[in-house]
Design a protein. Structure first.
Lengths: 248, 323
C-alpha cells in the first residue's frame, strides 16, 4: 500500500504575526518554519503503521511551495518519509494548492492520501476536501484514528458528542485532526543524514485557476485591559459578571 | 437567485447553529435583495422545519430519503449541488465545523465557487463580494474577494448570533437524484453522548488547565458548569495527559469556540490556546502567575490559586442563583 501525505510549510505556532507591503503580505522575516501540526500528525501515524508492519510499502510527502520550504520537507524525510515531491509554486488560494496536488497525484498513484484538517497559517480547512473532489475520491474528514491491517482501512471520525467508526476501501482521502497520533517524531542524527540522500523531486506547476483573492490582512483590535479582582474578594467577580457583564 | 443555507440537525432537532446560519443568510439576502432557501438533510418533523422560518427562511427543502441518513461526503455534496441548482443559489452558507469543513471544499470544486471559510461577520460588500475571515489561527484577519458567480461561506459558530426574522416558510420535499453516486463511507458503529450540551453550542464554557493539577479535581469545573448551564473544556496539556477527552480541547489544534463567557481556570494562555478562544465575548481568568499571558486576553482576572478560588466562585454563583 502506498501512502501520500500532503504537507504544508507553516510558521511555528508561537510566531508573532506581522504583515508587510501595506498589510497585503505576511512578514516572513525571522520566522521559524515547521511542518503544519496536523500534517505532521498524519505523517507520524503513517510512520507508526509502517513500522508496525501494516503493509505500507512507501510513504511519500508532497508540498506546494518554493525552495525555501525544503528544510521542512527534509525534516519529513528525516523522521522517516521515503520520498518527497515539491511542486514549485507560491500559491494564492486553497483551490490552486489542491489543483496542483491533484495534477501531481494523478501521475503518482497511491492508495491512501492524508491531509491535515487545516493549516495554521491561512486556516482554509479546504485543501483535503477539494483534492478529494478533484481526484473524484471518497473523503473522510475529522479523522482522529486510522488503522490499516491486511489492506483493510478502519477510521474514526469525530462527530458532535462522540465518534463514528468507519470502514472505507482504497483509494481515499483522509483528512485528519488531533488524536490520530500523540507525539510527533523528533529527527535523530541518522535520520537527518539519511534524509540528505532520499529523493526530493521538484515538479514545475501545472496551470491552475484561482477562486478567491486575498486583498489585505488586519490584526485584531487590542483588547481593553483586564479588570483585576482581589483574590480575597471572589464574590466581586461573580457580582460583576452578574450586574456589569450581565452574563450569569 | 437565492441564498442557500445548509442546516444541520442532531437527532431530528436543529442545532442552534442552524438558526444562526439562517439569521446570517437573511442579512446577506437583504444585501442581495433576494430570499433565503434552507436545506435540511435527514428526518426532521414539519414542526421543526417550520422553525427555520422564524429566522428568515422563505423556503425549506427537506431531503429525508434513507440514503441521506449517514454523512458520506460525496453523496451529501451531490445533494447540496442539486439543491443549489434548484434554488438558483448564488451564495451558500454553511457552518465552520467538522461537517462544513468536510463538505464546503468539495462543493467549491463541483460548483467552481470561491470559498471563504471561517468567516466572522457579514460581507463588507456584495458587489464585489468582499468578506473577512480569520487567518493565522485568529491572530489575524484576511479580507478576501470572490469573483465567481457562486460563493460559499462557512461561518464561525456564535460569531453572528441568532436573530429572529419571522417569515412563513414553505416546506418542500426534496428528492435529489443520486443515481450517479454511491456512499463509500461505511459506518460500523456510532458512539455518542446524547443530551449533553455541545461545546461549540454552549453560551458559557468552563475550561480547566494544568493548574487544576489532576483529573481528580475536575469536580469543581463540572459543578460550576452545571450551575451555569455551561459546557466543559480544557487546554491541550490536559487532553494530552488524558485527564480529559480530546473532544474538550480548545485551542489552535483543538476546537475553536466563541462563547459569550469563557472561564479559563488554571490555564496560562499559551498563544496556541488563545487562538482557539479569542473570539469569546468575555474571558475570565484565574491563574496564580500574575504574568500569565491569559491576563492579556482576559476581561476579568483573579491572580490566585485556582484550587482555592474555584470553590469560592461556585459558592458566590449559588448565592446569586438563589436570588
Amino acid at each position: 500500500m502506498k501512502v501520500l501525505i500532503c504537507i504544508s510549510n507553516v510558521p511555528d505556532t508561537t510566531t508573532k504575526i506581522k504583515f508587510v507591503n501595506n498589510n497585503t503580505a505576511f512578514d516572513k522575516s525571522g520566522v521559524q518554519w515547521i511542518i503544519n501540526p496536523w500534517d505532521e500528525l498524519a505523517l507520524t501515524r503513517a510512520l507508526d503503521l509502517k513500522d508496525a508492519g501494516a503493509g505500507i510499502e512507501s510513504i511519500t510527502v508532497m508540498n506546494v511551495g518554493l525552495a525555501d520550504a525544503e528544510p521542512t520537507i527534509r525534516k519529513a524525510l528525516a523522521i522517516g518519509a521515503d520520498k518527497a515531491i515539491r511542486i514549485n509554486a507560491d500559491p494564492v488560494d486553497s483551490f490552486q494548492v489542491a489543483s496542483l496536488l491533484a495534477d501531481a497525484i494523478k501521475k503518482e498513484p497511491c492508495d491512501v492520501v492524508l491531509c491535515g484538517i487545516e493549516s495554521c497559517d491561512y486556516n482554509g480547512a479546504s485543501v483535503g476536501g477539494m483534492l478529494a473532489e478533484l481526484l473524484d475520491l471518497p473523503s473522510v474528514s475529522a479523522v482522529s484514528f486510522l488503522n490499516i491491517t491486511n489492506g483493510k482501512v478502519e477510521l474514526k471520525r469525530e462527530i458532535d458528542g462522540g465518534q463514528e467508526s468507519i470502514e472505507i476501501t482504497t483509494p481515499f482521502v483522509g483528512i485528519v485532526q488531533k488524536g490520530i497520533a500523540k507525539d510527533p517524531r523528533i529527527p535523530n542524527m541518522r535520520g537527518i543524514m539519511m534524509a540528505k540522500t532520499k529523493p526530493l523531486q521538484v515538479l514545475e506547476p501545472s496551470a491552475a485557476e484561482k477562486l478567491a483573492i486575498v486583498g489585505s490582512f488586519d490584526l485584531p483590535k487590542a483588547k481593553a485591559a483586564c479588570k483585576k479582582i482581589d483574590p480575597d474578594n471572589v464574590k466581586e467577580l461573580v457580582r460583576l459578571l452578574h450586574h456589569e457583564a450581565k452574563l450569569i | 437567485m437565492s441564498v442557500l443555507v445548509y442546516t444541520e440537525n442532531w437527532d431530528g432537532k436543529f442545532k442552534k447553529l442552524s438558526f444562526e446560519l439562517v439569521s446570517y443568510a437573511h442579512e446577506i439576502a437583504k444585501m442581495l435583495n433576494t430570499r433565503v432557501v434552507a436545506l435540511s438533510i435527514g428526518c426532521v418533523s414539519n414542526d421543526e422545519l417550520l422553525k427555520l422560518g422564524d429566522y428568515g427562511a422563505a423556503e425549506v427543502l427537506s431531503a429525508s430519503n434513507d440514503c441521506c441518513k449517514n454523512l458520506d461526503n460525496q453523496v451529501y455534496s451531490h445533494i447540496i449541488t442539486q439543491a443549489a441548482s434548484k434554488a438558483d443559489a448564488n451564495v451558500i452558507i454553511m457552518a465552520h465545523n467538522n461537517i462544513g469543513k468536510a463538505l464546503a471544499p468539495r462543493l467549491s470544486v463541483r460548483l467552481k465557487a470561491g470559498l471563504a471559510t471561517g468567516v466572522l461577520s457579514l460581507p463588507q460588500s456584495v458587489e464585489p463580494f468582499t468578506i473577512t475571515r480569520k487567518a493565522f489561527t485568529s491572530k489575524a484577519m484576511a479580507r478576501i474577494t470572490i469573483n465567481t458567480p457562486v460563493k460559499i461561506v462557512t461561518l464561525l459558530q456564535n460569531a453572528f448570533g441568532i436573530h429572529e426574522n419571522p417569515t412563513s416558510a414553505q416546506i418542500e420535499v426534496f428528492n435529489p437524484d443520486l443515481s450517479a453516486v454511491t456512499a463509500k463511507t461505511i459506518i460500523k458503529e456510532i458512539n455518542k453522548v446524547t443530551g449533553k450540551l455541545l461545546l461549540t453550542d454552549a453560551e458559557i464554557v468552563v475550561s480547566g488547565g494544568r493548574g487544576m493539577k489532576g483529573p481528580e479535581n475536575w469536580g469543581g469545573i463540572e459543578e460550576l458548569a452545571a450551575l451555569l448551564g455551561a459546557a466543559t473544556a480544557c487546554s491541550r496539556p490536559v487532553s494530552d495527559e488524558g485527564w480529559r477527552p480530546h473532544s474538550e480541547h480548545t485551542g489552535q489544534t483543538g476546537k475553536i469556540i466563541a462563547p459569550d463567557l469563557y472561564f479559563a481556570l488554571g490555564i496560562s494562555g499559551a498563544i496556541q490556546h488563545l487562538g482557539g478562544i479569542s473570539g469569546s465575548k468575555c474571558i475570565v481568568a484565574v491563574n496564580k502567575d500574575p504574568d500569565a499571558p491569559i491576563f492579556e486576553a482576559a476581561d476579568y482576572g483573579i491572580v490566585g490559586d485556582v484550587m482555592k478560588v474555584l470553590p469560592e466562585i461556585i459558592a458566590a454563583v449559588k448565592e446569586i442563583k438563589q436570588g
